[in-house]
Design a binder for this molecule. Structure first.
Ligand SMILES: O=C(CO)[C@@H](O)[C@H](O)CF
Length: 533
């Protein structure tokens, strides 16, 4: 549905691991434009694989910050050429892969405030970063710093109680500690540290953007109850770290108007507002408008299982973040590093690189895969901390070669693991599973998910809820003065919607304001196999 040419639009950006995406929505929440830049194929000069560089130690994983900057230049040009009129943009927000960190060189603030509209960002910011290759969420090289932080906090459980998580290698505080110890000159030359989300917001603001509570919860530095930096954690990480981070803000904050650079170079309106950016998973939670009892499964580079909770229950596994929508609430999350990259490897090896053959293999194999299952930790897994490929036959004997039908063995292993770890944390799946992320557009993969979780699976019309959630947040948080807004209570409207299999079934859609986003249901076949990965 094309919006009227002069009606306002709202932009949601997502700086994710493999690509930069944008979704434009109108006031009725209809998607009027979406676009993306794939890092590997469209910016080959950075020579990334899956958007990252995996270093020789197989533990250190980084991404070039200038690749993200150049991707934004490219994306804005692509969107403009495709006809998106930036003067209609009333507000924008966005998300970034969580935990990654960006190190602004001394003097960068001055550069950000005085960008020359005749040049692109990539040229203007060439010398603005004290560290060119940024640690990202796939890094697992900061184990020593994790041990040091846990010792300083009084143990793993104490740290989890303060920050929502025990120490994790990918969490930003431990990465900062490692950088200070191993790259002291670069660290000394740093005047500001951003998350990927607040780095992206800074580009649009023309100045350093605050870290929001929700994404800041993924640093092992923020006290999730007081929503302020934990003194114990800051002191254990680096001296005067609060000055480098700036004060955190509510995720619903409006940070200010877009910078004059975007007005003069890209035709944005001077009144266009920038709402706080947040992490990709918190943005997905906003985009999917979870209801109590829902559980969301994001099938992306990482797979995540997350849900909206009212009270924090930190544990030694999984994470509790401040809620991005309601500052009084929280969100629980489990992260599984071996997600789409592992599915793509098995697609390449067992289905000739074709998703259609991958899906056919799932259609042609029975639930439970005749007892064959596998756990594929191509790189060091986060949940559980394990590595390697482990296949089992129907007698639970470890088998070396490819088990019969490895495609189903992979998916049932992945989804059983996700369900088991969620239930171990007390998050039982009571109503429905909301799926998002790239793989959520594959019907056969969703069917396996539905079977394993023994619950109906719903998807939303765009497989990228983080972008959509950011567009919703831009629409909702836009205000005349930067202050915190409560998210509206969404209406659950009961609508009849032909699910993809043609049957008509009463489904729920959320209907914030006057629009609605349709969702489709994948029927639940029921679980016939229990296995303890
Ligand atoms: O580490 C994660 C969450 O804790 C991942 O889902 C990243 O956010 C992916 F970008």
């Amino acid at each position: 549905m094309a919006a009227a040419q002069d009606s306002p639009v709202y932009l949601g950006f997502d700086f994710s691991t493999q690509q930069l995406k944008v979704v434009a929505i109108d006031e009725n929440l209809n998607v009027v434009h979406q676009n993306n830049v794939q890092f590997d194929s469209e910016l080959p000069e950075f020579r990334t694989q899956g958007g990252v560089h995996i270093h020789g130690d197989r533990l250190t994983v980084t991404s070039p910050v200038l690749m993200w900057v150049k991707a934004l230049d490219l994306l804005l040009d692509k969107a403009k050429r495709a006809g998106l009129d930036f003067s209609r943009v009333r507000a924008l927000s966005g998300s970034g892969q969580q935990h990654g960190s960006v190190y602004w060189r001394r003097g960068a603030s001055e550069t950000l405030q005085n960008l020359d509209p005749d040049q692109n960002l990539h040229q203007l910011l060439q010398g603005s970063f004290s560290l060119g290759d940024c640690p990202v969420w796939m890094d697992s090289s900061s184990s020593q710093q994790c041990q040091d932080l846990q010792a300083a906090a009084g143990g793993a459980l104490r740290l989890a109680d303060i920050t929502g998580s025990r120490a994790y290698e990918r969490f930003t505080g431990n990465q900062i500690a490692k950088l200070r110890q191993t790259r002291p000159d670069e660290f000394q030359d740093t005047e500001r540290i951003s998350l990927v989300s607040s780095f992206a917001a800074s580009l649009f603001l023309g100045g350093y953007a605050a870290i929001d509570y929700s994404d800041g919860s993924g640093m092992n530095l923020l006290d999730i109850r007081s929503r302020s930096w934990s003194e114990i954690c800051l002191e254990a990480t680096a001296p005067h770290l609060d000055r480098l981070l700036g004060a955190p803000l509510p995720s619903t904050s409006v940070l200010g108007p877009v910078s004059s650079y975007f007005v003069r170079r890209h035709g944005f309106s001077e009144s266009c507002r920038v709402a706080a950016f947040t992490g990709d998973n918190p943005a997905s939670l906003a985009g999917m408008r979870l209801q109590p009892g829902d559980i969301a499964v994001s099938l992306g580079t990482s797979d995540t299982v997350f849900l909206w909770i009212q009270q924090p229950r930190p544990a030694l596994e999984g994470h509790v973040f401040c809620n991005p929508v309601d500052w009084r609430a929280f969100m629980a999350l489990l992260c599984f590093k071996n997600g789409s990259l592992t599915r793509e490897r098995i697609r390449n090896e067992c289905a000739g690189g074709s998703w259609e053959l991958f899906s056919a293999a799932l259609r042609d194999t029975p639930l439970g895969n005749n007892g064959n299952i596998g756990f594929y930790f191509d790189s060091m897994e986060i949940t559980p901390p394990a590595v390697g490929v482990h296949r089992f036959d129907s007698d639970d004997n470890k088998v070396g070669g490819d088990p019969v039908e490895e495609v189903r063995a992979l998916l049932e292993g992945q989804f059983l693991s996700r369900r088991l770890h969620a239930e171990r944390l007390g998050y039982s799946i009571r109503t429905r599973v909301l799926a998002t992320g790239g793989a959520s557009s594959n019907q056969e993969i969703l069917q396996v998910l539905s079977d394993v979780f023994n619950a109906p699976v719903y998807t939303i019309d765009v497989s990228n809820s983080a972008c959509l959630g950011s567009g919703y947040r831009a629409l909702h948080d836009e205000t005349d003065s930067p202050h915190e807004r409560d998210w509206p209570s969404g209406e659950i409207a009961d609508i009849l919607y032909a699910c993809r299999r043609g049957c008509r079934a009463p489904l729920f859609a959320f209907k914030p304001r006057c629009g609605h986003v349709s969702i489709s249901k994948v029927s639940c076949v029921g679980l016939r196999r229990q296995c303890n990965p």
